[in-house]
Design a binder for this molecule. Structure first.
Ligand SMILES: *[C@@H]1O[C@H](CO)[C@@H](O)[C@H](O)[C@H]1NC(C)=O
Ligand SMILES: *[C@@H]1O[C@H](CO)[C@@H](O)[C@H](O)[C@H]1NC(C)=O
Ligand SMILES: *[C@@H]1O[C@H](CO)[C@@H](O)[C@H](O)[C@H]1NC(C)=O
Length: 426
């Protein structure tokens, strides 16, 4: 045992010496690219993209509920597997115009959200998603146009590929699915290598992945949300002894976004990390309870359950709670009732913050709350909190990048907690 750990520790040190690891990192850091924004280059709110994103989030969480029900035998009383919300036809199958290319921080493409699968490794750009638990990438058996612009996994070129029983499928809002076999293979993220990681080489890809420069998704929530009920990469890595801690952390920012695996990167935050236990109500989400949202010094909504979801762009509240929140913002209006988007006067961006338990208030910057004027020249701006009943619970909010860009966010299986810390200046 001791011997094994000593070996692992020295292997890790060698790796550290040979790789672009930041000083002060307990874990191993990987640079992330910037997600395309909901604001057009002229500063105006991109309504169509926001609707597509909302449908994807709804579809993803619907799948989570289906998987949890299958795996646990229940979902909570206030949760519901809703009908699929269908994306309006005119928004389907369109090439996305607002796409921001990969931001290559270190002039090294291979560190920009890239993972490798197989022996020898095949490279893919994936979204790291704390709001789901499965890994999938496009495979060579996908022959549709959507897949033609992706890197595709070729099982025949990997000596460590093993097909497993079962099928994988997630249905999205346009009725199309991401589906494929279930398999295992060696997976490497930032030099952290695990064997026999369960994933899906996808045979069909939902149209929503057309013109998005990702080849797949790496889920980072708990195994109960996984369709084949298998541990996500990060859990496998810890079990196989290749990470010092069962923990990961995100810095999501305009520049220098990164994911740290196996511990936090101490250069990226200051002060203590404020940890909150995963809620007993969680069925497999990174969900923490006793949240409050504040407008200035007023509490707008309290007793919130919050799912911290790096795969969601904005913040999504139950519809009645979104209304209650915007009631605190003078001049705000429901702009799009179907999708639950609200506007507010551009001249006075409200000071929004979130808090949990007796923790501090974590501000959301004006820049992150304000998605821009609803149209060119308008004095009404779109707020980054929308109301939509996705089925996760009557008090459950999905807290996405809008919030995560404002704090260093730590996801600890070891502590069964989510933590927040003040981002370092620079
Ligand atoms: C998986 O899907 C294929 C094709 O749709 C089907 O033939 C097969 O029976 C499915 N296997 C399982 C285990 O569900
Ligand atoms: C998205 O579509 C635009 C316009 O067709 C194209 O210029 C761009 O390269 C595409 N981006 C990706 C990631 O495929
Ligand atoms: C949050 O915003 C308020 C109002 O602008 C400000 O007074 C406070 O200092 C901010 N808190 C932090 C921690 O930045």
């Amino acid at each position: 045992m001791v011997h094994k750990f000593a070996l692992l520790a020295s292997a890790l040190c060698l790796f550290v010496a040979a790789s672009p690891i930041e000083q002060g990192s307990e874990g191993i850091s990987i640079a992330l690219h910037k997600r395309s924004s909901l604001t057009n280059s002229d500063g105006v709110f991109n309504h169509e993209e926001a609707i597509r994103r909302l449908h994807m989030t709804a579809g993803k969480h619907r799948s989570n509920l289906i998987n949890a029900k299958q795996n646990l035998g229940y979902i909570n009383d206030d949760q519901e597997i809703k009908q699929l919300r269908v994306i309006p036809r005119h928004l389907q199958l369109r090439r996305r115009s607002q796409f921001e290319p990969l931001i290559d921080q270190d002039n090294d493409q291979n560190w920009a959200g890239t993972i490798s699968i197989g022996t020898p490794g095949q490279s893919f750009v994936v979204d790291f998603d704390t709001g789901s638990s499965d890994l999938w990438v496009t495979s060579t058996s996908c022959t549709s146009a959507i897949c033609s612009e992706k890197h595709s996994y070729d099982p025949s070129q990997s000596s460590t590929f093993h097909k497993q029983p079962g099928n994988f499928s997630i249905m999205f809002g346009d009725g199309s699915t991401v589906s494929g076999d279930v398999a295992t293979d060696t997976v490497t993220v930032a030099g952290v290598q695990v064997t026999d990681q369960t994933f899906s080489p996808a045979r069909t890809l939902s149209a929503e992945f057309l013109n998005v420069s990702i080849d797949g998704l790496m889920g980072m929530a708990f195994p109960s949300l996984s369709q084949p009920e298998k541990p996500p990469f990060i859990v496998t890595a810890y079990k196989q002894g290749v990470l010092p801690k069962n923990e990961f952390a995100f810095k999501l920012a305009k520049e220098g976004s990164s994911l740290s695996l196996g511990g936090v990167d101490k250069t990226l935050f200051t002060g203590a990390i404020e940890f909150h236990k995963v809620s007993p109500e969680s069925i497999g989400f990174w969900q923490i309870g006793d949240g409050s949202i504040h407008v200035g010094s007023d509490v707008a909504v309290s007793k919130m359950q919050t799912v911290i979801d790096s795969g969601t762009t904005i913040i999504i509240a139950p519809t009645d709670k979104a209304q209650k929140f915007y009631d605190n913002i003078p001049g705000s209006e429901l702009f799009d009732a179907e999708n639950g988007f609200y506007s507010f006067p551009c001249s006075s961006v409200p000071q929004i913050s979130l808090s949990w338990g007796d923790g501090r208030k974590w501000n959301i910057s004006a820049e992150d709350f304000n998605l821009g004027p609803i149209e060119k020249g308008s004095s009404s701006c779109m707020g980054a909190i929308a109301g939509q009943d996705i089925g996760l619970g009557k008090n459950t909010w999905i807290v996405g990048d809008t919030f995560m860009k404002n704090a260093y966010t730590v996801f600890s299986f070891a502590k069964n907690s989510v933590g927040f810390a003040q981002l370092s200046e620079n």
